[in-house]
Design a protein around this ligand. Structure first.
Ligand SMILES: [Zn+2]
Length: 397
């Protein structure tokens, strides 16, 4: 308040002077006031801030100087002085004013440490997450994501350049590679603790990309295979990459998909991701779907005679051909006749020399001779029953 009154009084006197003084000096013995006058008023509490703003609007901080309390004549009234001393500095001012400015009292170098009138500053940090150029979650194909990202980068490139320097036409391989590296770096941002984890992979950083060190440095394999790119397991592009390798391997199994992916990438928990991709692949489900079983019809009555002798109802078919060896170096063609019991599924084999009727009838006779218990002989060849029971019995006799 004293500084404000002094400021207003000095302003009034200044306005009344027709001949303006060359300089104005305002004195105060309060260092805190000098500190306030050098501080922006907006940072102070309202009561002090409003008054400091008024003073600063009239007099700059350079007009203010410090006077020690024992040299301040304004304190003579508040503290009281002897009557004899009234005619002293109270009436004529302090004696140092008559001296040169260089020997005027100066402000101590001690600074104000605690200022209760300043506002408490509350720092608010706003963390803005850097959003990717496109939302990868909306894509189901790695190649499509790379193309769309490349076109976005091309658009950004073109709007910053003149028309003659702009890119057009089909995508260049360098543009697709730029998009690929962009997504790899984007995924690796999720690996905050990669320096302390996975130390056995001996990973390292080159061109801002984390790669696996491994033990294949002396190998003749390509650099991408020797030092595959390390990728986390919780980013959407990992699924896209694994799905892309799965499709390129013609929908191979889990191990083959994982092996192909490790030629370029070392994906954490890659086997589980590959297994998940293969299990959910629509094409694989179609290819590996087991055939549907058809509903079989009722068995014929001839096959349902459990209390009759074997070969009571018999079926016959030919199989072959194969070669029979006789002599030293001679062989001849032969076929097999298989007689099977319709009830017990017992079989009887005979050799047939050729495909003529006579050769088959001879085999049939041999079967009848060795199996006289047969009563009904359904002769079946190539799914056509052509031999009647009576005729078969006749041949058997
Ligand atoms: Zn598949």
């Amino acid at each position: 308040m004293a500084a404000l009154i002094a400021s207003r009084l000095a302003k009034t006197i200044w306005d009344e002077f027709k001949v303006k003084p060359s300089s104005v000096t305002l004195w105060t013995d309060a260092q805190i006031v000098l500190h306030w006058l050098r501080t922006e008023s907006i940072n102070m509490k309202p009561f002090v801030g409003v008054r400091v703003a008024e003073i600063q609007g009239t007099w700059s901080p350079e007009h203010w100087r410090y006077v020690p309390t024992h040299l301040n004549p304004a304190d003579d009234i508040s503290r009281g002085i002897a009557t004899a001393d009234i005619n002293g500095r109270w009436m004529h001012g302090p004696s140092f004013l008559k001296e040169d400015k260089d020997i005027w009292p100066t402000e101590p170098s001690q600074t104000v440490k605690v200022d209760t009138e300043c506002k408490t500053v509350k720092y608010i940090c706003v963390v803005q997450k850097k959003e990717p150029v496109v939302d990868a979650e909306r894509f189901s194909s790695w190649q499509r994501l790379l193309r769309v990202t490349s076109y976005c980068f091309r658009f950004i490139h073109n709007i910053r350049r003149r028309s003659q320097d702009r890119l057009d036409g089909p995508l260049h391989s360098s543009e697709v590679e730029e998009a690929r590296l962009y997504w790899i770096k984007e995924a690796q941002q999720y690996m905050d603790d990669w320096k302390t984890r996975l130390l056995d992979l001996n990973h390292f950083v080159t061109s801002d990309i984390i790669r696996v060190g491994g033990r294949l440095k002396k190998s003749q394999l390509p650099y991408e295979s020797v030092h595959p790119i390390l990728l986390p397991s919780d980013h959407h592009i990992l699924k896209l990459i694994m799905r892309d390798f799965h499709a390129k391997s013609c929908h191979a199994g889990t191990e083959r998909t994982l092996c192909d992916s490790r030629r370029e990438f070392w994906i954490l928990r890659g086997r589980q991701i590959a297994k998940n991709i293969v299990s959910k692949c629509t094409m694989c489900r179609k290819l590996r779907q087991p055939p549907h079983s058809t509903l079989m019809g009722d068995l014929p009555s001839d096959r349902l005679r459990p209390f009759e002798p074997p070969f009571s109802v018999t079926g016959v078919d030919l199989f072959g051909r194969f070669f029979l060896k006789y002599g030293k170096n001679q062989s001849k063609k032969a076929w097999g006749a298989i007689f099977t019991c319709a009830t017990s599924r017992a079989v009887h084999l005979e050799i047939v020399d050729n495909l003529s009727t006579e050769a088959f009838l001879q085999a049939l006779r041999r079967f009848f001779i060795s199996s006289w218990m047969a009563t009904h002989h359904h002769l079946r060849q190539r799914n056509v029953i052509y031999w009647s029971t009576k005729r078969a019995e006749g041949f058997g006799q």
